[in-house]
Design a protein around this ligand. Structure first.
Ligand SMILES: [Zn+2]
Length: 340
């Protein structure tokens, strides 16, 4: 089979890789219907995370089950399935509490490289969720989004404590931030302030339910949100970037008693203990327990209540994966869908 391999910053290649095989009786191998490039892949692509050796890339996936190990009982060949970037048994104490991305037996599916034609998924019973039937091609982008970017936006909203009637601010206008807007709307937020200075992203944010757009950043961005909320601050804030500036902005525009949902993978972020203490702000976050939300998200997509697939504004054959990364790196694309 063929797949994407990162050799060095800016150097991602489409090349021959070994076909994945069932390694453990709990594995499944799936034939990908679609995969994509994640904002977090860019940390590697830009050399911010060091690349020591040729690395298979990609951790977002959906497709048709090709083969299952002898212990797998909940999915079978021919089914269309979606899974998350962490494989989980879905039975350990952390999974049962809804934190499948902290599963005691978790495995990093991304290490197998999902930007490929085939993918081995460990712990298939606990990880994969099948759709009611094989979807039409129009639903595939949205189902793929559920694998990570929607699940992560949803988690941002849940972790921030979004409830009906709330005023929510979303820091970050990448695909996760935009789907954070969608998620906040689905969870009943009344007012959603999206922070974005890019016109096409502002437009999609509005389609997904944003009521206000703030183009300022840093101190000015905080002041603008304070203004818009009559000096109170937002009830819930979704931090979908992961930089020191975005985290500080998120914490400072949250009202006392409010919550920040942190899903941007932190790079160089530190939080001042005293400032946090006196802010009365709750912080929760971490790698999204996407598996917790998958059945619900698949249902909302299947019944066409939501269309998260709109975040894919560039679709390329997997063979052109290098252009898919380059376009996102240069912010010419919000998110690239790759067709194996
Ligand atoms: Zn577990």
């Amino acid at each position: 089979m063929k797949g994407a391999v990162l050799y060095a910053p800016g150097d991602v290649r489409f090349e021959e890789r070994d076909d994945p095989k069932i390694a453990n009786p709990t594995d499944a191998v799936i034939r990908l219907s679609a995969t994509c490039v994640c904002g977090s892949d860019l940390w590697d692509y830009r050399g911010i995370n060091p690349v020591d050796q040729p690395t298979p890339m990609g951790h977002e996936y959906c497709g048709i089950v090709e083969e299952v190990g002898s212990d797998v009982s909940t999915v079978k060949p021919g089914q269309f399935v979606i899974g998350s970037f962490f494989a989980s048994d879905n039975t350990c104490p952390h999974c049962r509490a809804g934190y499948q991305s902290s599963c005691q037996h978790r495995e990093n599916v991304g290490a197998n490289g999902a930007q490929a034609q085939l993918l081995r998924v460990p712990l298939a019973d606990g990880t994969l969720v099948a759709t009611p039937e094989v979807p039409g091609s129009d639903l595939v982008p949205s189902l793929l989004a559920a694998s990570d970017v929607l699940g992560t936006g949803w988690w941002a909203a849940v972790a921030a404590g979004v409830r009906p009637g709330m005023t929510v601010a979303v820091v970050g206008d990448g695909a996760v931030g935009l789907l954070g807007v969608l998620s906040a709307r689905q969870l009943g937020a009344e007012r959603i302030i999206a922070m974005s200075r890019h016109e096409p992203r502002q437009k999609l944010a509005r389609e997904y339910g944003a009521t206000d757009i703030v183009t300022e950043r840093g101190d000015d961005g905080v002041a603008r949100i304070t203004d818009l909320t009559d000096g109170v601050g937002a009830d819930a804030v979704l931090e979908c970037v992961g930089t020191s500036e975005s985290m500080s902005q998120a914490l400072r525009c949250t009202r006392p008693g409010g919550g920040v949902g942190v899903v941007g993978v932190p790079h160089g972020v530190s939080i001042d203990g005293q400032e946090l203490f006196y802010s009365h702000v709750r912080v929760q976050g971490g790698p999204a327990p996407v598996r917790r939300f998958l059945p619900d998200l698949i249902d909302r997509i299947w019944t066409r209540q939501i269309d998260p697939g709109k975040v894919f504004d560039l679709t390329l054959p997997l063979a052109q994966v290098a252009e898919g990364y380059a376009a996102m790196d240069a912010r010419r694309a919000i998110k690239t869908l790759l067709q194996p």
